[in-house]
Design a protein around this ligand. Structure first.
Ligand code: NDP
Length: 333
């Protein structure tokens, strides 16, 4: 499978080019950037044979079968719709779009065209998250009562651009990290939130967008979820705690792009370290995506998953803005 990268981005450079190249028969074929100069430089740095800034010309290339979109968030929708119309399979970064309705439009277009469309929610590809989900499914913690997600990090200096300064490009910690927490809660609990309350703040790191948020969600099961995300916490570390009637899970360092962290299960029998696989998260996601394009199974996170995680994040932002409890609703798909 030959891939077109849309977006000369950090995530492509740091994780996705390697993840694509780790898959048998997959190669990075072309880089598309809004700047011809940046496209040429990115292609030279990463050994990519083709580069340019013409979307239509890139998509007209019959050798390319798949597109990975990692531009700023407001560009995802138009690029995905163009790629789908050209018959390419599409792996799109989160958040899929600026609104849930736009994201749903992308999913429906892919369905109508018969191509694979997926969301790059990497955390559900982590061995740690899969091990926790297996603990729940295996009844080890009993009935789930609550989930607390700690995802307050320090945004690295090289990423302190549109994310903290540009609402029109989809900046803000809610669009950036709450979507991941939403996907994590959905993946672990196999359930959806029905309502949320929230607070957010802008500490002055950037301009015009929130850089920290805390929210509490009620799931349809009645379980409660607490989600904390930030760009301004250098020493907080990440993780999650899951509490049930028969046990509690303490997972440290697992809200990460790398296969890191540790998991401890506490039950009446005592404390138990839970082992998990340490495969590359993005390569795991790529393998599932490529299998799905061959008709073998489903992507790790579907387009529908991306629509739902975005819907939840937008409900959190609405609740924080309004100071009210907001229902979580999902577009018809
Ligand atoms: P970057 O800020 O690194 O890149 C985004 C865009 O900014 C690029 O497509 C590029 O535009 C432009 N850009 C890059 N470098 C420069 C520069 N020197 N001067 C001017 N413009 C530049 O974004 P990220 O990689 O951090 O994020 C991209 C997307 O990926 C977002 O949607 C984000 O939410 C998502 N993401 C997902 C992660 C995950 O784990 N799933 C992790 C990190 C990000 P152009 O292409 O036109 O050259």
């Amino acid at each position: 499978m030959r891939w077109i990268l849309m977006g000369a981005s950090t995530i492509a450079a740091e994780h996705m080019i390697g993840a694509i190249r780790s898959q048998p028969g997959a190669s990075v074929h072309r880089i598309l950037s809004s700047s011809p100069g940046r496209a040429a430089e990115f292609a030279a740095t990463h050994g990519i044979p083709h580069h340019g800034s013409d979307l239509a010309a890139a998509l007209a290339d019959p050798e390319a079968g798949a597109v990975y979109i990692s531009t700023t968030n407001e560009q995802h929708r138009a690029q995905a719709l163009a790629a789908i119309a050209a018959g390419k399979h599409v792996l799109c970064e989160k958040p899929l779009a600026m609104t849930a309705g736009e994201a749903a439009e992308m999913v429906l277009a892919a369905r109508a065209r018969g191509v694979t469309f997926a969301t790059n929610h990497h955390l559900r590809c982590a061995g740690s998250h899969r091990a926790i989900r297996a603990l729940i499914a295996g009844g080890r913690i009993g009935k789930v009562l609550s989930l607390r997600i700690f995802h307050a990090v320090q945004l690295p200096a090289h990423l302190q651009g549109w994310r903290i300064n540009d609402a029109a490009a989809g900046g803000g910690v809610i669009a950036d990290i709450t979507v991941h927490n939403a996907d994590t809660a959905r993946f672990l609990l196999q359930d959806e939130p029905v309502s949320v309350v929230a607070k957010m703040t802008a500490s002055g790191l950037g301009e015009g967008v929130e850089d920290s948020a805390m929210s509490i969600w009620t799931m349809s099961s009645g379980a409660m979820v607490f989600s904390h995300e930030s760009f301004t916490h250098p020493f907080a570390g990440s993780g999650l705690e899951l509490h049930g009637t028969a046990g509690s899970v303490f997972a440290r360092g697992v809200m990460s792009q790398s296969p890191l962290g540790e998991i401890e299960l506490v039950t009446a029998a005592g404390r138990e370290a839970i082992p998990f696989t340490r495969d590359d998260l993005y390569a795991t996601g790529l393998a599932a995506f490529l299998a799905a394009t061959r008709g073998e199974g489903a992507p790790a996170a579907s387009g529908e998953d991306g629509v739902r995680s975005l819907s939840i994040a937008l409900a959190v932002r609405k609740a924080a803005r309004s100071g009210t409890c907001c229902p979580v609703t999902f577009p018809e798909l």
